[in-house]
Ligand binder design. Structure first.
Ligand code: C5P
Length: 400
C-alpha cells in the first residue's frame, strides 16, 4: 500500500460541495495534510473560509490571487502532493479535464498534475447519463484517471438515479488501496466471511467468536487490486466495504447456497473461504422458544454441515481456491491435511484463540509442499499478502 500524506482537494460547483468539508475533516483526522482549490461556482455553495479553517491553509481561488501558494498556484499545489482529488466533480470539470482545457485554476491544476487524480463525480442523472459525459469519463479513465462513484440514489434536484456522489466515508474507505497495483483487474473473487449461526430454536443458536474482520479486509484488498468482489457474509455487524457486493447469510447451508448460486451465475477466478463455518447443525431445532423447565435439559441432536470449501474445491471452473485453518495445536500438519482433502491451493493457518476477534493475525501459509510464516501483522496487511499470493497462484496456473 502506498501511503498518502498530502492531498490537494479541488472543489467544483455542485451542492455536494458541503460534503467535501466533512471529507477534509476525515482526511485531517488520519494525519493527511490537505490543500484546497475551489472553482468560482464552488464558492457559491461553500465559503472558502470554511476550508481554510478546516485545513489551516489558505484556499486557492484563482490564478491571479495566489492566496499564499506562490505565484503559480496550479504548479505549487501539485508539488509534493501524493494525490489530487476532485470532489465533487461536476460534468463541466470532467469535460474540461477530458479535453485538456485549462481556463481557470482548477482545470489548470488538473492539467499540470504529475500525481494520480481521483474524480468523485456528483451531478443530476441526466447530466451523468448524457453520452457526452460518458465519453468524457471513458476518455479520462483511458488516460489513467481514477473514479469513485457516482451511485444511484436521491439527488438534491429531486430526481432519483445515477449521479449521486458517494459519501465521504466511502471515499475514505477507498483511499488506502487506491494506488495499489491492479494485479486482479478484470478478475472475479468470491469469498465467505464471519461466523455462521445454527438455530436451536427461534431465539437461541450455536455460533462462534469470528468477527468477520479478516474476511472483510481480504474483500477490500481484492477490490483494491482491481477485482470484482462478492462477499458472502455470515451474521456480523461490520459495514460493507465500498464497491463490494455483499450477500448476507445465517446458516452454513444458506452460505453454501449463496456461494453455489454466485459461482453458477457469475463464475469466479478465485474463491477464498474465510468464514468460520459451524461444523454441525441441530437437527431437532424447535419453532418458538424451548421452555426452560427446572431440572430438565433439552436433548439436542446434531448432523454435519456441508463443507463449503471442499465443495468449491471440487469445481474445475474456479481456478484458485484458498481456505483457512484455525487450529489449537499442530498447525502445519493439520493445515496440510486440509489443503489436500479440500483440494485447496493454499491454506492460511492460524492459532484459533489468537486470531478470532483480534486486530492482528499471525499466519502460516501452507501449500501442498511448502509452509511459510507471516506476521504478526494487522489483518489488513495479512489480507494484502493473501491477495498478492492469490494473484501469483492464478498467474502461475494460467501460464502453465
Ligand atoms: O475443516 P475446517 O473447518 O477446519 O476448515 C476450515 C476451512 O474450511 C476454512 O477455510 C473454512 O471457511 C472452510 N469451511 C467450509 N465449510 C465448512 C467448514 C469449513 O467452507 N463447513
Amino acid at each position: 500500500m502506498q501511503s498518502i500524506r498530502r492531498v490537494t482537494l479541488a472543489v467544483t460547483g455542485g451542492i455536494a460541495a458541503y460534503k467535501s468539508c466533512e471529507f477534509v475533516r476525515a482526511l485531517k483526522k488520519t494525519g493527511i495534510d490537505v490543500h484546497v482549490a475551489m472553482t468560482e461556482h464552488a464558492t457559491a455553495f461553500v465559503g472558502p473560509i470554511t476550508f481554510e479553517a478546516l485545513t489551516a491553509h489558505p484556499v486557492a481561488l484563482t490564478e491571479w490571487t495566489p492566496g499564499g501558494q506562490g505565484t503559480m498556484p496550479h504548479i505549487a499545489l501539485n508539488q509534493d502532493c501524493d494525490l489530487l482529488i476532485v470532489m465533487p466533480a461536476t460534468a463541466n470539470i470532467l469535460a474540461k479535464a477530458a479535453n485538456g482545457i485549462a481556463d481557470d485554476l482548477v482545470s489548470s491544476l488538473i492539467l499540470a498534475r504529475r500525481q494520480p487524480v481521483l474524480f468523485v463525480p456528483a451531478m443530476n442523472r441526466f447530466m451523468w447519463d448524457n453520452p457526452a459525459t460518458q465519453r468524457n469519463v471513458a476518455r479520462l479513465k483511458a488516460d489513467g484517471a481514477l473514479f469513485a462513484g457516482p451511485v444511484c440514489g436521491y439527488q438534491a434536484c429531486g430526481d432519483n438515479g445515477a449521479g449521486r456522489m458517494i459519501e465521504p466515508d466511502e471515499v475514505m474507505d477507498l483511499l488506502p488501496g487506491l494506488l495499489t497495483p491492479k494485479s486482479l483487474a478484470g478478475r472475479r473473487v468470491v469469498l465467505t466471511a464471519g461466523p455462521t449461526f445454527e438455530p436451536i430454536d427461534d431465539v437461541r443458536g450455536i455460533t462462534n467468536r469470528s468477527s468477520g474482520r479478516q474476511g472483510f479486509e481480504i474483500a477490500r484488498a481484492a477490490r483494491d487490486a482491481g477485482a470484482d468482489v462478492t462477499l458472502i457474509a455470515g451474521p456480523t455487524t461490520l459495514p460493507t466495504p465500498y464497491g463490494i457486493k455483499r450477500i448476507n447469510t445465517v446458516t452454513a447451508r444458506d452460505m453454501l447456497k449463496a456461494v453455489t448460486q454466485t459461482l453458477d451465475s457469475k463464475g469466479a477466478d478465485i474463491f477464498i473461504g474465510v468464514a468460520a463455518v459451524a461444523d454441525w447443525r441441530v437437527t431437532n431445532a424447535k419453532e418458538g422458544k424451548i421452555k426452560k423447565i427446572d431440572g430438565c435439559l433439552p436433548e439436542l441432536q446434531f448432523e454435519e454441515n456441508p463443507d463449503i470449501l471442499r465443495t468449491v474445491g471440487e469445481r474445475s471452473d474456479v481456478a484458485v481456491k484458498i481456505g483457512f485453518a484455525a487450529e489449537a495445536t499442530n498447525l502445519e500438519n493439520y493445515a496440510r491435511v486440509k489443503c489436500n482433502s479440500k483440494h485447496a491451493d493454499l491454506i492460511v493457518g492460524n492459532i484459533a484463540h489468537q486470531a478470532l476477534g483480534s486486530d492482528q493475525n499471525d499466519v502460516l501459509f501452507v501449500t501442498p509442499n511448502n509452509a511459510e510464516s507471516f506476521g504478526p501483522a494487522e489483518k489488513h496487511v495479512v489480507a494484502e499478502e493473501i491477495i498478492r499470493r492469490a494473484a501469483l497462484i492464478l498467474n502461475t496456473k494460467e501460464t502453465h
